[in-house]
Design a protein around this ligand. Structure first.
Ligand SMILES: NC(=O)c1ccc[n+]([C@@H]2O[C@H](COP(=O)([O-])OP(=O)(O)OC[C@H]3O[C@@H](n4cnc5c(N)ncnc54)[C@H](O)[C@@H]3O)[C@@H](O)[C@H]2O)c1
Length: 370
């Protein structure tokens, strides 16, 4: 794109730090503006970063110095910020989930298509060596024909460490909408899109207690299910059993396992960029760790945005809005299936993103995401 691509960041909470670490000083991008409902947060970031202006949200969304809005607000604000950005002709890259509500996601993507701007969405962890090496192994036939998979995420709840965890327990939150995007985006990379789901969900407690920060000890209401399980039917017929829970203490289960006719693949945490991929072949007696063979080496949050910018019309961005919409529809369908007690067929699909070739950290950090 010639000159550095200009980024305006909206939402300067916990995760913004990780993005700034990746993006500040990167040769392909320049952060020109920051905004937050809490003006003290934008002022603090602007004071730290020369050349970055602290603006109001509306000023940032309409700024002529912003090409792409990076939306790091809480899920309930994702749609409003997205539509504001698109309305001003900006590209949008946002944190997951795409929006808190499925209908809003359709509205956002339709508005973007009409305006001729791009939409990208986290997670980008799945572009790291962990998920990409696992995908390469599946595609190379190391487990033969994939038959079924398991995906398990169990934690006692983010309120134990996050200083303002309210959004995890309101619409757009819960273990599935919060953590599901990592698992579902990985499963699309590994096994293709989902055509139907069956879900079941429950809720352990009506309140949670904040465990850290200035509000430690405060009780917050739980407005969403805090345990969601289900079965996904992938378009090729493979079945995945998924569990996402804020109600359990710990688990020994692999985050994802893919079982094929000739072997089983143990896939690392999709909320991280790397981790060991292990293969157990049918006639072997032990697990073998596979060397990293694909993905952005030493990935970090923001690599999906760099990939989105590098795509620049010559290939689809990997962390795309279409994938995020499909992931959101899959999650919404699991919850609806649970509420209605029936199997749900999906209306969206997604192309498997283009695999990421093994890309050294100095390459993607130096400006060449493939
Ligand atoms: N915290 C994590 O570890 C983590 C990890 C990965 C992804 N995420 C995702 O990142 C997003 C943000 O999470 P977080 O933990 O940084 O939340 P946070 O609550 O720490 O920060 C969100 C920020 O957005 C601001 N904000 C809210 N509504 C706004 C609006 N309408 N306009 C402008 N600013 C607004 C808030 O004032 C706050 O500063 C969420 O979608 C979350 O799922 C968080």
């Amino acid at each position: 794109m010639g000159d550095a691509h200009r980024i305006g960041v909206v939402g300067l909470g916990v995760i913004s730090r990780a993005y700034l670490d990746t993006l500040v000083g990167h040769p392909a991008v320049r952060i020109t503006a920051v905004a937050d409902l809490d003006a003290s947060r934008s002022a603090a970031v602007a004071a730290e970063l020369p050349g970055v202006e602290a603006l109001t949200v509306e000023e940032l969304l309409s700024s002529p110095d912003v090409d792409t809005v990076l939306n790091l607000t809480v899920p309930a604000a994702h749609a409003e910020i997205a539509l504001g950005a698109i309305g001003h002709g900006k590209n949008l890259y946002g944190e997951k989930p795409l929006t808190a509500d499925l209908l809003d996601a359709h509205v956002v993507l339709e508005a973007a298509a009409k305006a001729g701007v791009g939409v990208g969405c986290a997670p980008d962890t799945v572009l790291g060596t962990g998920i990409q090496t696992a995908r390469a192994a599946v595609e190379a036939g190391s487990i033969g024909r994939p038959l079924f998979a398991t995906a398990v995420m169990v934690t006692p709840g983010h309120e134990r460490w996050h200083p303002h965890p309210d959004f995890y327990y309101t619409a757009g939150g819960g273990p599935l909408l919060d953590m599901g995007p990592y698992y579902l985006a990985s499963l699309v990379h590994l096994l293709g899109p989902v055509r139907a789901v069956i879900g079941a969900a429950g809720r352990l407690r009506a309140e949670r207690v904040i465990g850290s920060g200035p509000r430690a000890g405060e009780r917050i209401p739980v407005e969403v299910d805090s345990h969601v399980s289900g079965v996904l039917e992938h378009s090729g017929g493979t079945l995945t059993t998924i569990t996402t829970s804020f109600d359990g203490v710990a688990t020994t289960a692999a985050p994802i396992e893919v079982h094929g006719e000739a072997g089983t693949l143990m896939v690392p945490d999709p909320n991280g960029f790397d981790g060991e991929v292990r293969l157990h072949e049918l006639d072997d007696t032990r697990w073998r760790t596979l060397p990293s063979s694909a993905g952005y080496v030493d990935g970090a949050r923001g690599v999906g945005l760099l990939d989105f910018i590098a795509a620049d019309g010559h290939r689809p961005p990997r962390a795309s809005g279409d994938l995020a919409l499909h992931v959101l529809e899959t999650m919404s369908a699991l919850l609806r299936s649970s509420a209605e007690g029936r199997r749900i067929e999906l209306t969206t699909s997604a192309e498997q993103p283009v695999p990421v070739p093994l890309t050294a950290a100095e390459d993607w950090r130096g400006g060449s995401a493939h």
